[in-house]
Design a binder for this molecule. Structure first.
Ligand code: ATP
Length: 278
């Protein structure tokens, strides 16, 4: 299958000459849900800036939708939706409606078509009640949803999410995940997410990449990465709590394998404890 994003042995160089190196290969194919895990400063946001064509000085290989993103910024920009870490940087219009309409207006789309498209995305994401609100007064979770609507209103091929769960309460995190999965599954959108909320990874991911400063050290499903303490230590990360519990149970001699998620974990513990299938 054709790759939508391909980065290989890439070095991003900021104007002050700071070099952010990513040895190894990062490949995203159509319809995949990818998560990038890595400690602070490992280059996740820098890779996003590269993908979005915001990094002028890039060494090594970087192709997005078959194009070198910096050289042909306008050819790809409308095909990629992005939700940044700090939503306040992305919300600038006086109403939610205007904010979501912004990219469409910048592309000189006629106002009647804009109205239909904004209405469509608000309905898809069940946000019609927010249309007339002042974005500045919305809660953190509502702001995230509005930015998400703005990113998806063009029905992009790729959605880049940079720490989409930061500052959200647990229910809001699940509600955003639901919204993203539902929309992207229905429309075949490819999703790349960075997050420090490792316990959410199974809910949003088919493939997980593990970044350290300078190198991509693993590509796998999250479960394999979460079992591998050496790999996590190399990346300066700690096991999610579910996997800490299973590591402890395995250390204590319980004949049990690591689970894929909480439900699978409950099943494995039940069977180990009762000797019966779930
Ligand atoms: N505009 C910039 N100019 C110079 N250096 C920068 C700039 N932005 C980021 N860097 C540096 O690039 C490196 C990678 O930063 P980046 O923001 O990509 O990391 P990250 O993995 O997204 O981290 P976090 O998890 O904290 O968001 C860091 O050492 C950072 O100091």
């Amino acid at each position: 299958m054709e790759s939508i994003i391909k980065a290989k042995d890439t070095v991003f160089i900021y104007p002050d000459q700071t070099k952010v190196e990513l040895k190894g290969e990062f490949i995203v194919k159509k319809g995949e849900r990818i998560t990038i895990l890595g400690s602070n400063g490992s280059g996740k946001t820098t890779l996003y800036k590269g993908i979005l064509g915001l990094m002028e000085n890039v060494e090594g290989e970087l192709l997005v939708l078959g194009i070198k993103p910096y050289k042909k910024f306008h050819a790809i920009r409308n095909r990629i939706g992005v939700v940044l870490q700090n939503t306040d940087e992305q919300i600038i219009a006086p109403t939610v409606y205007d904010d979501i309409a912004l990219t469409l207006r910048n592309n000189n789309i006629p106002e009647n078509e804009i109205k239909d498209r904004v209405h469509w995305i608000l309905t898809e994401l069940k946000l019609t009640g927010l249309a007339k609100k002042v974005p500045h007064y919305l809660s953190g979770g509502e702001k995230k949803k509005v930015v998400l609507a703005g990113a998806l209103v063009t029905n992009p091929e790729v959605l880049l999410l940079d720490e989409p769960f930061t500052g959200l309460d647990p229910r809001s995190k699940l509600s955003i995940i639901d919204m993203i999965n539902h929309f992207c599954f229905a429309h075949g959108t490819t999703i790349v997410t960075t997050t420090h909320d490792m316990e959410l990874v199974p809910d949003i991911t088919d493939i997980t990449y593990l970044f350290t400063k300078g190198e991509i050290i693993a590509k796998s499903n999250g479960t394999e990465i979460f079992q591998n303490l050496q790999l996590l230590e190399k990346a300066d990360l700690v096991q999610p709590q579910l996997y800490q519990l299973f590591t402890r149970l395995i250390d204590l001699g319980l004949p049990i394998k690591y689970p894929d998620n909480v439900e699978d974990g409950a099943e494995k513990i039940y069977t180990a404890y009762t000797g019966k299938p779930f």
